[in-house]
Structure formats: structure tokens, C-alpha cells
Design a protein around this ligand. Structure first.
Ligand SMILES: CC1=C(CCC(=O)O)c2cc3nc(cc4[nH]c(cc5[nH]c(cc1n2)c(C)c5CCC(=O)O)c(CCC(=O)O)c4C)C(CCC(=O)O)=C3C
Ligand SMILES: [Fe+2]
Length: 347
């Protein structure tokens, strides 16, 4: 079939207290993130013993995908590598080369375009291949899947379940969240011919599709986990401020769906299950957080279907007319000038 492995490429997270600061330094290297923000975020991690759930969740999702591959008769060993923490993708790729892998597909754990969600994974691929040097496996990245019917229906069922948790009463507001990014990064997101803002437009489109499937008429799209110096504009409103606004409007119950993420990693459990839930509590609002899709059987089916687009000519399923970019070879950008890294403000 032309491919001899799958590389599962993710963000990475610390797995012990001593790993927190070195991890954060990797994440923010060369970015305009102030030291105070770094120390504040370090505290969030230390609150959980310095362990992010992200690696464990990735390993569990990989196990489900391995089962699904077997069930569909595809023989494709899966390797796990990260951008920011062990197992680092450079080391994983060296192992793959050592095992004789010549050509591998890459599944990045993000459904969207944009610098952090798409282009930076291309840079990871390029960096890992450069580190491995001659004979590095050829790496073909799988496409963005924010509008894939399996992704949309898994998130929609999670939203329905969260509504049920609140007793399916009238007047529940559904709020979708995604990681905020600088305005400048959103403007630069996507192939230049698409006019920019591909990240926020894809998030909005995914939210629209999920709301339609879950039968929800009224919903909002907001942002979470902003960093960077305060004078730099990021996508707004923030989820916590938005809860204040909803309270002012008399909304008494909210369901929050972190549609921008595939798993319950630390930014989800800290910023939503802690901070947002607490603010909702202060306002006396009922609050339920919808699950992320990684543990849903449809997520493993989705990954294997994306693989089958390459190895078995599976039809390319998508619910929107948005461009399905993200599929490139050896870390090439989706198009010339696609998701150019934003100019970083001086610290
Ligand atoms: C769009 C996007 C996604 C979604 C796409 C995808 O999933 O890939 C995402 C995912 C994640 N972000 C994560 C964690 C962090 N992100 C940070 C910083 C930043 N994220 C950004 C954007 C995104 N981030 C940006 C523009 C920055 C500013 C610095 C920079 O320009 O790069 C920082 C630094 C401290 C801070 O500033 O908060 C941390 C610790 C974790 C892992 C959590 C865990 O450990 O469980 C995950 C999955
Ligand atoms: Fe891109």
C-alpha cells in the first residue's frame, strides 16, 4: 500500500513535577510569552502533580486506532512522537528509521488549520527529518478533519450528553471554545488565496455543524487559554468573561464544548473544569462540560478513514465546502505563504 507506519504527532505534556518548566520552555521558545505567564501556567500543572493527561490520552487513543486498523485489515504499526515533550518526534522518527520505515503517514492531533494547529506540525515534521538526516522516512501528513462527519457526530453526541446532565431544561446556552490565538495569527491562517482567518472560520463552521446535528439553535463560539503580553490582541471573548456576559443576559445554565481540542488535556481541565466552572458557580449558573471526542469509537474510525483515503481510495467525506488543507509531504506548507508564523512581539 505504499506506507509502512503511522506517526501519531501531538503537542506533548509533562509527566512529573520536574518536567513542567523544561516543557513550558520548549513550548514558548522564541515566542512572546511573558515569564509571569509561564510561571502561572506552571502552577496549573503543579496542581496536578506536574502531570498533564495528554500523553496518557494519546496512548489510549493510539491503542483504539491500533484495534481499528486490525479490524479493518490494515497492517500499519503506530509510533508516537510530540512537538514539545518526550517522546519527542525527533527520537520517534530515529526509531522508525531504525526499524526500516521508508514512508509513513502522519496523524496530527488537531482538526484545524492555522499556525499552531497545522503549520507548526509541518515544522515539527521538517525538524524531525532534519535531525534524523539521510534516510529519514518520507512523511505524508493527513488532512484537517474539523468538518468530517465522524468528528462532528462524536462532538454532537457529547454536547447532547452534557445537555442531558443538566436535565435538558429550556434555556441552556451552548458555548463552544477553542484555544485563542493572536489576531495576527488568525489573519494569516490558511492559504493566502482563501483570504485568511481559516482557523476561526473552521472553528465557527465546526460549531455550526455540531449545533445543527445536536438540534441546538442558540450557541456561541468563544476562546480560552490566551497567553502573550496584554497589549497584543488575541481572539476574544474569553470563556470566563463570556460567562459574565451570559449571566447579565439572564442565562441560567451553560454547556461548554471544547470543540477546538480532541482530548481533555490540561488546558481543558484547568481553564474549563476549574476556572470557567468556578465562575459559573459564582453566578449560580448550572454548568456542564461536554466531553472531547478522543475516547469515542468514532474517533478511531475517523483516523482510520483518513488513512484509508490514502491507502484504499476511501471517499473524502466532509460536511462543509471549506478547503480541506493540511495534507502535505515532508513538512511542506499547505500553500505558499500558508499560516506564516506571525511576527512575535519583543518580550
Ligand atoms: C491553536 C492551539 C492549539 C490547538 C491545536 C493543537 O492541539 O495543536 C493548542 C493546543 C495546546 N496547547 C497546549 C498547551 C500550551 N499552549 C501554550 C501556548 C500557546 N498555544 C497556542 C495555540 C494553540 N495551542 C498559542 C498561540 C500559544 C502561545 C505561544 C505560541 O505562540 O506558541 C502553552 C504555553 C503557556 C501559555 O502561554 O499558556 C501551553 C502550556 C496543549 C497541551 C496541554 C497539556 O499539557 O495537556 C495543547 C494540546
Ligand atoms: Fe496550513
Amino acid at each position: 500500500m505504499g506506507y509502512d507506519a503511522l506517526l501519531w504527532l501531538s503537542f506533548g505534556g509533562p509527566e512529573g513535577p520536574d518536567e513542567v518548566l523544561p516543557f513550558l520552555e520548549n513550548v514558548t521558545r522564541g515566542r512572546g510569552v511573558p515569564r509571569e505567564r509561564l510561571l502561572e501556567v506552571a502552577e496549573h500543572y503543579q496542581h496536578f502533580g506536574g502531570v498533564s493527561p495528554i500523553n496518557r490520552l494519546n496512548r489510549a487513543a493510539i491503542a483504539a486506532v491500533e484495534k481499528q486498523l486490525v479490524a479493518e485489515g490494515l497492517e500499519l504499526p503506530v509510533h508516537f512522537g510530540n512537538r514539545n515533550w518526550r517522546p519527542m518526534v525527533e527520537d520517534t522518527l530515529a526509531t522508525m528509521k531504525g526499524e526500516g520505515v521508508r514512508r509513513a503517514l502522519v496523524f496530527p492531533t488537531s482538526a484545524y488549520g492555522g499556525y499552531s494547529a497545522c503549520r507548526q506540525y509541518d515544522e515539527d515534521i521538517e525538524r524531525a527529518r532534519a535531525a534524523v538526516g539521510a534516510g529519514a522516512p518520507e512523511l505524508v501528513k493527513l488532512r484537517q478533519f474539523f468538518d468530517h462527519p465522524l468528528f462532528v457526530s462524536a462532538v454532537a453526541d457529547a454536547v447532547r450528553a452534557a445537555h442531558a446532565e443538566l436535565g435538558d431544561r429550556p434555556g441552556i446556552r451552548t458555548v463552544f471554545t477553542a484555544h485563542s490565538i493572536p489576531e495576527s495569527a488568525d489573519l494569516a491562517a490558511g492559504p493566502p488565496a482563501e483570504g485568511g482567518r481559516l482557523y476561526s472560520r473552521q472553528i465557527a463552521e465546526a460549531a455550526r455543524l455540531v449545533a445543527a446535528e445536536a438540534g441546538i439553535a442558540e450557541y456561541d463560539v468563544v476562546w480560552q487559554s490566551r497567553s502573550g503580553p496584554p497589549q497584543v490582541r488575541w481572539l476574544e471573548p474569553d470563556i470566563v468573561d463570556h460567562l459574565d456576559a451570559l449571566h447579565e443576559q439572564g442565562v441560567a445554565a451553560v454547556v461548554v464544548s471544547p470543540i477546538g481540542f480532541v482530548s481533555d488535556h490540561l488546558e481543558v481541565i484547568w481553564d474549563l473544569d476549574n476556572e470557567a466552572a468556578e465562575r459559573a458557580g459564582e453566578h449560580g449558573m448550572a454548568f456542564a462540560r461536554a466531553a472531547t471526542p478522543d475516547a469515542d469509537p468514532r474517533f478511531a474510525e475517523l483516523v482510520v478513514e483518513l488513512i484509508r483515503e490514502h491507502v484504499a481510495d476511501a471517499p473524502v467525506r466532509a460536511l462543509s465546502a471549506f478547503p480541506a488543507a493540511g495534507c502535505t509531504v515532508n513538512g511542506a506548507p499547505c500553500a505558499a505563504g500558508c499560516c506564516e508564523p506571525a511576527k512575535r512581539p519583543a518580550r
